[in-house]
Design a protein around this ligand. Structure first.
Ligand SMILES: CC(C)(COP(=O)(O)OP(=O)(O)OC[C@H]1O[C@@H](n2cnc3c(N)ncnc32)[C@H](O)[C@@H]1OP(=O)(O)O)[C@@H](O)C(=O)NCCC(=O)NCCS
Length: 158
């Protein structure tokens, strides 16, 4: 655990830093995997997500910078209550424990919602993320029949 990392809700005045970090991380995950139209739409897609759901975003701060974020599925829906929806770390801050800190905070939040198991989906082609989740104790439990060729993963919450 990197004690220099703090996870907390994002503030309205952090919009610009958040969107820049999220775009770098989103591109890190999906350039070369998703098609050009989706890559081109990413800045607008992230801005729309901010406008809709910024109150749900939990950021990791490292050395004064917004280094990553996670968000969960809707708490009032049984299908999404234990869903780790986003987990992204700035390429400038990867491999320093930020992802692990976000994962731990997300599982703590899911546990507080009353669940004993969490789930997520990840693109089959996103080898880095799949290695990261596997290292943190997540396991594959199926594939999703969608346009993206996704793998479902689950994790028991201690
Ligand atoms: C996947 C991701 C979140 C990992 O974040 P991170 O902050 O670098 O992760 P951590 O530093 O906490 O790494 C924890 C462990 O995960 C594993 N891991 C992380 N990156 C890895 C990689 N590139 N290859 C293999 N294993 C990796 C390692 O076991 C690592 O421990 P170690 O550094 O002591 O070896 C980050 O690479 C990322 O944001 N990628 C782009 C966005 C994305 O794909 N998100 C997931 C969408 S479903």
């Amino acid at each position: 655990v990197n004690a220099a990392i703090a996870v907390r809700p994002v503030r309205a005045d952090e919009r610009e830093a958040f969107l820049a970090m999220a775009l770098r991380s989103w591109r890190d995950a999906y350039v070369g995997i998703l098609d050009a139209a989706e890559i081109d739409d990413a800045p607008a897609m992230l801005a729309r997500a901010w406008d809709k759901r910024a109150d749900q975003f939990r950021i990791a701060m490292l050395e004064g910078a917004v280094a990553g974020f996670y968000s969960l599925g809707a708490a009032d829906d049984a299908k999404t209550v234990n869903y780790l929806w986003h987990l992204y770390v700035d390429p400038l801050a990867q491999r320093r424990g930020v992802g692990s800190a976000l994962n731990a905070a997300a599982l703590t939040e899911i546990k507080a919602r009353g669940a004993t198991r969490a789930w997520l989906d990840v693109l089959r082609a996103n080898a880095k993320a799949r290695a990261f989740y596997a290292a943190l104790g997540w396991r594959d439990f199926g594939a999703e029949q969608d346009d993206y060729d996704s793998i479902l993963m689950e994790c028991d919450i201690a």
